[in-house]
Design a protein around this ligand. Structure first.
Ligand SMILES: *Cc1c(COP(=O)(O)O)cnc(C)c1O
Length: 426
């Protein structure tokens, strides 16, 4: 399978090189040249398939330079935890994606990508990644001790939760955390500048582990298909509401739809960082600086994957609007919903999941529809918000407990020059 750059369709690469490079030389995101529907029969009999079989069927066409047995092995390691669908209300379900090692859905993409890089045996790759919260932990954990790969994570000082910070600053070994005075957008800009800086790229192979990397992005198709399988027996139309920041997750769901998954509607639920919500109303794409919110993993002013969504629809905005809805919510509304979900539905959501739930409510489900919101992180990761609001103490899961007592190691930086010096010294 070839992937082409969204900046120049004649600039092509195979999967292997797309994973190693992260982004094309012209700085375009990679996009698959061919998106072929899977046999209808696969979707009609999906209840007979295991998670690993579904994942293999979905991703096999995209992956090259890897035999079936290796791909199956990588998938079985990537997916070694549960993806339960829990009923919250009569026709509303939560797809819990937080049962992995860092308790965020990004574990799936990060684990898959790390294993691909290891398989391709590309020695001395430096993974450079900016995080607004959860990416850093998932990437640190997924790449920990992967030989030949150094990981450098930039995160905005004081703007990630304590648990998130511990998850990305305590591992050591091949993982370094850089604590940046500035917002997530500042971190992301530094990373983008580094990718363009010949003095750096002449010295080392840089790659990204954000959802711009195809090996992070594509595996996110899987759990939409798992949930579809689990809910198929109800014989109703399934609608996914995806709490969205960089729009990688929802874009992967929409790719699964192009592979024939019988889903008509996706809802991009956002916080006040709502450039896409506004775009679908006005047809004008007007990024704004990031606004900090309590759902901080979605504090993204200019989501990188939106160009992929447009490409999935051949830039046909009207067609896109038939399948993609978007609603945006304030922190006030999100807090109110966290309380309501706890008191009325006996469910402890995290702020991102609550935004997803709100999206379904705003959409307004009919009787023949089932709504699924993605619970993208365990509420414990946002305990500073959730505990005071619900007036309770949550038990700390083992995965989290094991990092909480570790010592934080980070290097503070404020300017691009400092990042550059750090990379070159390495
Ligand atoms: C990353 C993240 C999101 C946003 O996902 P995108 O793919 O960037 O849209 C939502 N919720 C949580 C908890 C996350 O970590």
């Amino acid at each position: 399978m070839k992937f082409y750059s969204l900046k120049n369709p004649t600039n092509k690469s195979n999967f292997k090189d797309a994973v190693i490079k992260g982004i094309a030389d012209d700085k375009g995101l990679y996009f698959p040249e061919e998106i072929k529907k899977l046999p209808t029969n696969f979707w009609e009999t999906i209840e007979n398939y295991t998670n690993e079989e579904i994942a293999f069927t979905l991703i096999r066409p995209f992956v090259d330079n890897m035999d079936d047995a290796t791909l199956k092995q990588i998938l079985s390691e990537t997916l070694s935890f549960d993806f339960p669908v829990k009923q919250i209300e009569k026709n509303i379900y939560a797809l819990e994606l937080f049962h992995g090692p860092t308790m965020a859905f990004k574990d799936v993409g990060a684990r898959f990508m790390a294993r691909c890089l290891q398989h391709y045996n590309s020695n001395n790759v430096t993974v450079l990644v900016a995080t607004s919260g959860d990416t850093g932990g998932a990437v640190a954990n997924g790449f920990y001790k992967v030989s030949g790969v150094n990981v450098v994570i930039l995160y905005p000082k004081g703007k990630v939760s304590d648990i998130q910070e511990k998850q990305l600053t305590t591992l050591g070994e091949n993982i370094t955390a850089l604590e940046v005075s500035g917002t997530f957008d500042v971190c992301q800009d530094m990373v983008k500048t580094a990718f363009l800086d010949k003095e750096i790229t002449d010295r080392m192979q840089l790659t990204s582990a954000n959802s711009i990397n195809v090996a992070r992005w594509l595996p996110q198709m899987f759990y939409f298909a798992f949930a579809y399988r689990d809910l198929k027996k109800h014989d109703k139309e399934v609608i996914f509401s995806v709490p969205s920041g960089n729009f990688g997750n929802i874009c992967a769901g929409m790719l699964a739809q192009k592979l024939g998954m019988p889903i008509k509607t996706f809802i991009a639920s956002t916080n006040q960082n709502n450039v896409v919500t506004r775009f679908l109303q006005t047809n004008k794409y007007e990024p704004k600086p990031t606004i900090p919110t309590i759902s901080n993993a979605m504090d993204v002013g200019n989501p990188s994957n939106f160009v992929r969504i447009l490409e999935l629809y051949n830039q046909d905005i009207e067609k896109l609007k038939e399948h993609l809805k978007s609603f945006s919510f304030t922190d006030e509304k999100t807090k109110e919903t966290l309380v309501k979900l706890h008191q009325k539905n006996n469910y402890i959501a995290d702020p991102h999941g609550a935004v997803g739930y709100l999206g379904l409510k705003e959409f307004g489900l009919s009787d023949n529809q089932i709504g699924v919101f993605l619970e993208t992180a365990h509420p414990i990761k946002f305990l500073d918000v959730v505990e005071p609001l619900l007036q309770l103490k949550m038990a700390i899961p083992e995965q989290i407990n094991s990092v909480l007592n570790q010592k934080k190691h980070s290097i503070e930086i404020a300017t691009y020059q400092e990042l550059k010096e750090f990379l070159i010294k390495k």
